[in-house]
Design a protein around this ligand. Structure first.
Ligand SMILES: O=C(O)[C@@](O)(COP(=O)(O)O)[C@H](O)[C@H](O)COP(=O)(O)O
Ligand SMILES: [Mg+2]
Length: 416
């Protein structure tokens, strides 16, 4: 039997419950009809190609089907049979739904907007170990946003200086010290020194504040080295690791998840490089899909933006956060992280837009405080407490004079 592009388009097709359904926005090339473009998307992302092929019957069971075209919205819906996928392999799935089709001449633009993941596919993935439960199981932030800070400048501090900044932030009221996405094991701040020095300061801060504190340690590294760093983190008593999930790739993220299962470590996902995939609205892979992939692969927290209050472009932070909290075939939720240009003056609007079940990360917004890190941390903590109590920030300045100083300096402006 011969198969060609036309065989991958069927508008009568009713997707099976076990199908992975993907929503694409496309711009067919000038010489291409919507039907032809849609057939090509389904074909090239499953098991077809440009030439007519003679195939045995069962081969077509693996073929995807473009089953809906909405020309006015520019949308094509494609259903993929479960059998097309290797159970539990995110790289293989992405090589289908976000592979060669991204470069096809048949379309001028194509973007993977959203996926409906069936239990048949989800069940082969571990999902998060903790999700938002980290706030109460590992930290003492069960009833408020978790607070994190990245020492700034991003890189250049020594391990000792890094840990000292951590101590100041922890005693000021922050829950988590966090490495920056580009701080790994450089000679000026070696990984293991940073780990041991920071945890020593953490223990000191915990005994002084009576609050549990922890560290988002960046273990990002090539292949096996990353797993060794995960083991080191556990060995030294750290409860979290951080991974640059996009730059390391999902195969590595899946390996880290397996290793973290063994140690009971939670995973913080930094999304550096995501904008290379999702920033151009008409092409690429949406942040919504990147967040979905991260949840299946098992991260506990992921950066999803500041609902446009911060310094970085965001796409649908509210919608993505809702998906990360929604019930998806029994997967644990993921704690969304708001970060990038945040400071105490932005907290009321941030919590109004995103709710309290988030992590707030502030680097410049704490270490840029006129009175230093500890004052910056107190200002952020004060802003959160005042907002949760329904008090305007000004009303908290008696209790938190550091907050008044921060608001004097930055107001409620969005940094650019
Ligand atoms: O390096 C930075 O810019 C940050 O450490 C924020 O620092 P500031 O708090 O000093 O701005 C984060 O990496 C970004 O927030 C990542 O972006 P996103 O959260 O959008 O993934
Ligand atoms: Mg950073």
């Amino acid at each position: 039997m011969g198969i060609s592009y036309e065989d991958f388009l069927d508008r009568e097709y009713e997707p099976l419950a076990s199908d992975l359904r993907c929503r694409f926005s496309i711009e067919p090339a000038a010489d291409m009809s919507w039907a032809d473009a849609a057939g090509r998307v389904a074909s090239e992302s499953s098991n077809g190609t440009w030439a007519e092929l003679d195939v045995e019957g069962s081969v077509t069971d693996l073929s995807a089907t473009a089953y809906e075209i909405d020309e006015s919205a520019g949308i094509v819906e494609v259903a993929y049979p479960e059998a097309l996928f290797e159970p539990g392999s995110m790289p293989q799935i992405l090589s289908c739904i976000a592979g060669n089709i991204m470069g096809m001449k048949a379309v001028d633009r194509i973007r993977l907007l959203d996926c409906e993941w069936p239990a048949a596919v989800v069940d082969a993935f571990p999902g998060p170990q903790y999700g938002s439960a980290v706030k109460s199981e590992i930290l003492d932030a069960g009833d408020r946003p978790a607070l994190a800070t990245v020492p700034k400048p991003k890189v250049g501090l020594s391990s000792e200086q890094h840990a000292e900044v951590g101590y100041e932030a922890w005693v000021g009221g922050v829950d988590l010290l966090k490495d920056d996405e580009n701080l790994t094991d450089q000679s000026f701040n070696p990984f293991e020194d940073r780990l041991t020095e920071s945890l020593a300061q953490r223990d000191r801060a915990e005994s002084e504040t009576g609050e549990r504190k922890s560290y988002l340690l960046n273990v990002t590294a090539p292949g096996g080295e990353m797993l060794e760093r995960v083991d080191l983190a556990a060995e030294h008593g750290c409860e979290f690791v951080m991974v640059d999930v996009v730059t390391t790739g999902w195969a590595a993220v899946q390996q880290v998840r397996q290793r973290c299962e063994r140690h009971g470590l939670a995973i913080h996902a930094h999304r550096a490089m995501h904008a290379a995939f999702d920033r151009v609205p008409s092409h690429g892979v949406s942040m919504r899909v990147i967040a979905q992939i991260a949840r299946l692969c098992g991260v506990d927290h992921i950066h999803t933006g500041t609902a446009d209050l911060g310094k970085l472009e965001n796409e649908d932070t509210v919608g993505i956060n809702e998906w990360l909290r929604s019930d998806r075939h029994g997967l644990s939720d993921v704690l969304p992280v708001a970060s990038g240009g945040l400071h105490p003056g932005l907290v009321p609007e941030l919590l109004d837009r995103l709710g309290e079940e988030i992590m707030i990360q502030a680097g410049g917004g704490i270490h840029g405080h006129p009175d230093g890190t500890r004052a910056g941390a107190r200002a952020l903590r004060g802003a959160v407490e005042a907002t949760q109590d329904g008090r305007p920030l000004e009303a908290a300045s008696a209790e938190y004079p550091e907050l008044a100083t921060a608001v004097d300096k930055w107001g409620t402006a969005t940094p650019r």
